[in-house]
Ligand binder design. Structure first.
Ligand SMILES: [Zn+2]
Length: 318
């Protein structure tokens, strides 16, 4: 499935065990999380009310940072995620079951469970624009710097883009990752930070059913939570979206993702596979340097002033 996006960095089956043993990055997260003072990071799913503004929210994670008790919350109406002091969140017994967040969680994690491209592939409602998603799978190549610079100078206001971060890409491309964060900070990009797993394991030649996160020995929850901690350690807020590496999953993974409160993000317009976007499409390109063909295919759409680009949360709220 993922022969286009990741091939130059994929681990050959023969050298797989050797390569795994040689991955010093496995140890990198504890150092980053410790440096940022993060500990006790855990998943939960609880309805709460914010003391400050009375808003109903869901807490999906709890953790401590520099001794402070914090929560990662989701606004079920807007899908906006925030990191808030846990002490200012009051537990609620009941909650509205028909909100965009819960509706999307149910719809995107219900059967059938195709091995490829499960989850949200396009906007749930009618919209007159596209959603740009950019995957950052592990890669030895430099990222698409001109592409990101083009997004940053695209027009008035920050450009809405969802960037799917894998932990191993972030750790191996510190300066490039920092440049994306900086573009968000100065208002050039409006980034929805999507979780793309931590190690993004892949062995060339294995069938999808035994590959990516379906590979034996995968700790799925760890793949999800470690990436979130990496984002938080960098001052970012993880979104409600998760993109399966290779777009490959099964029922057990999708149900586990539902329990973690995250929405699986598919695509109906992987440009390098010559899929054409329509209104409401979730467009997929790779920004990690491994799929320049997809970047070349998105350029005409970016150059077309009649094309509207929308923030990914609107795929669930519009
Ligand atoms: Zn990937």
């Amino acid at each position: 499935m993922c022969n286009l996006c990741c091939s130059p960095t994929h681990i050959e089956r023969r050298g797989f065990l050797k390569a795994l043993a040689a991955l010093p990055l496995v140890a990198a997260l504890p150092a980053i999380a410790a440096e940022a003072g993060i500990d006790g990071y855990r998943a939960t799913f609880e309805a709460v009310r914010a003391e400050e503004d009375g808003r109903s929210l869901f807490v999906i994670r709890r953790f401590r940072q520099a001794g402070e008790h914090l929560a990662l919350t989701v606004d079920p109406s807007t899908l906006k995620t925030e990191i808030r002091p846990d002490l200012k969140l009051i537990p609620e017994r009941g909650f509205d079951r028909s909100t965009p967040y819960l509706d999307a969680l149910d719809a995107a994690t219900s059967p059938p469970y195709p091995t490829e491209n499960a989850g949200l592939r396009r906007a749930r409602g009618a919209v007159d624009g596209y959603f740009l998603t950019v995957d950052m799978c592990p890669s030895k190549k430099p990222f698409e710097s001109r592409f990101f610079a083009g997004l940053a100078s695209h027009g008035s206001g920050p450009f809405p883009v969802a960037i799917s971060i894998s932990g191993y890409w972030a750790l191996e491309h510190e300066a490039e990752f920092a440049s994306l964060i900086e573009r968000q900070r100065i208002g050039e990009l409006d980034v929805t930070w999507v979780n793309h797993s931590y190690t993004h394991r892949y062995v060339r030649g294995l069938p999808d059913r035994q590959n990516f996160l379906l590979m034996p020995g995968t700790d799925f929850e760890e793949e999800v939570l470690k990436t979130e901690q990496l984002l938080i350690a960098k001052g970012l807020t993880p979104s409600v979206f998760f993109r399966f590496p290779g777009l490959v999953s099964d029922a057990a993974l999708v149900i586990a993702l539902r329990r973690l409160g995250l929405v699986p993000l598919g695509t109906d317009a992987w440009l390098a596979k010559l899929q054409k976007p329509k209104f409401g499409s979730i467009v997929l390109v790779h920004g990690n340097g491994n799929e320049p063909f997809g970047i070349s295919k998105v350029k005409p759409y970016l150059a077309d002033p009649s094309v509207r680009w929308l923030g990914l949360n609107e795929a669930l709220t519009a």
